[in-house]
Design a protein around this ligand. Structure first.
Ligand code: AMP
Length: 411
């Protein structure tokens, strides 16, 4: 018989890994929740056009990486490659501009990109995503960056590098892109074929190139951070001042080009010093034109996405095996009584497991040990409570007494 494997680039997350993931998401929910970010969810698939418009036609994501399919009515749908477009669509669809601004939300879940799988790069991966919509206040940019850093710290990812830049407004960027295109055209012979092919659509991508000739040209290229308008420069200075004041280290990196078109002003990326080629733990920035681009009224926004698999890779293995407080072992005909007692112990707040595999008494005690239970209740013709630390075993007259004894033992 054929044995089925998880599809290429996807992961089976087994219980120990799933527990670690849940923990990271809980940390994020706690850190973000304290800053007023509320949970929100949008569908895993959306109209293809939402991403074409929202992420940008010329991006790798839209050109090469989307899982796109038709529904039975012939509509083109796409498994979401990122979260921001969907959240902005929902903000518009639900008139969330009428709520007190900014609207601060976070979400976590699966995202999909048809990329070449490698360590830290999957076709289905998990992101935590935080967004603040409806205000251009620079404290939001700084707040989101600091919250990201706090999540990384609590998740135990170790040292990371924060790269920061500003892309200015669309007008500044358009003028700059023209200037850059002119500069690159004059040196076309030194550029890689891919960069030459993208010159018209997106010359900024040349900053991402691995090609040595292109890299040499880019090292001398004009920089967008040097072309910012007075307003944008002031906004960026304020974001930096807030980060400085908070004591968060960063590097200004004028070559930081994120692979998504919608960014304006602040952009940033956290990179782990512990990871190899796929070192980005996450990143984001401001996207003041996106909601308008998607049919809403002009509304600023800022946000980030963090890669949960990368965070866990950087945090390293931990042996947080599943544990229980109590194990109910079954002697004689004790199954039904043990089942009822397990319910009562769980209702009392204790993590309780019972024998459910027909083991011998010896095997049951071994299992209790394996799951770290500190108390075992042996249920049969008599009830006995065993302290697994001392090995002491004492009889209980009733189920109530057994519960009291277990509670005393665990206290
Ligand atoms: P991006 O919006 O592309 O910057 O993605 C944000 C973060 O999500 C990245 O920094 C990674 O941590 C994570 N990420 C993006 N694509 C993948 C992928 N294919 N596999 C695993 N993680 C990813």
């Amino acid at each position: 018989m054929k044995k089925f494997q998880a599809p290429r680039g996807t992961l089976d997350v087994l219980p120990q890994g799933a527990r670690r993931r849940l923990r990271v998401v809980e940390i994020a929910g706690d850190v973000l929740g304290r800053a007023g970010y509320e949970p929100m969810e949008t569908p895993v698939f959306e109209d293809t056009e939402l991403f074409a418009r929202g992420v940008g036609e010329s991006t790798d994501i839209v050109q090469k990486e989307m899982f796109t399919f038709e529904d039975k009515a012939g509509r083109s749908l796409t498994l979401r490659p990122e979260a921001t477009a969907g959240i902005c669509r929902a903000y518009i669809a639900h008139g969330m501009h009428k709520l007190p601004q900014p609207v601060k939300v976070w979400t976590a879940g699966p995202f999909f990109r048809h990329e070449a799988p490698q360590a830290g790069r999957f076709r289905q991966f998990t992101q935590i995503d935080a967004e603040a919509l409806g205000s251009a206040d620079p404290t939001l940019d700084a707040e989101l960056i600091l919250l990201f850093a706090e999540i990384l710290e609590r998740a135990g990812t170790g040292p990371s590098r924060l790269r920061l830049s500003s892309l200015g407004t669309p007008e500044t960027r358009a003028d700059y892109v023209d200037e850059l295109r002119g500069y690159l055209r004059a040196r076309e012979g030194e550029l890689s074929e891919e960069v030459r092919g993208r010159l018209e659509q997106n010359p900024l991508r040349a900053f991402d190139a691995d090609h040595p000739g292109t890299q040499a040209v880019m090292a001398q290229a004009p920089r967008l951070v040097d072309r910012l308008s007075a307003d944008d420069a002031e906004h960026f200075a304020e974001v930096r001042a807030l980060l400085d004041e908070a004591g968060l280290q960063y590097e200004i990196d004028a070559t930081l080009v994120r692979g998504i078109d919608y960014y304006t002003r602040t952009v940033f990326e956290f990179e782990s010093e512990r990871l190899g080629a796929q070192a980005a733990l996450g990143g984001g920035g401001r996207y003041d034109g996106l909601i308008e681009e998607l049919g809403g009224s002009p509304t600023p926004g800022v946000g980030w996405a963090a890669g949960v698999e990368r965070i866990l890779l950087a945090a390293g293995e931990s042996d947080d095996a599943a544990t229980a407080d109590v194990f109910l072992a079954i002697a004689d005909d004790g199954r039904q009584q043990a089942f009822q007692l397990a319910r009562r112990l769980r209702q009392a707040g204790l993590r309780t497991e019972m024998e459910q595999a027909g083991r011998s008494m010896k095997g049951q005690l071994k299992q209790a040990n394996r799951i770290g239970a500190r108390a075992v209740v042996i249920v049969g013709d008599r009830i006995e409570v065993k302290d697994m630390d001392t090995g002491e075993q004492r009889p209980a007259e009733t189920a109530d007494e057994a519960i009291q004894m277990v509670e005393a033992l665990l206290a």
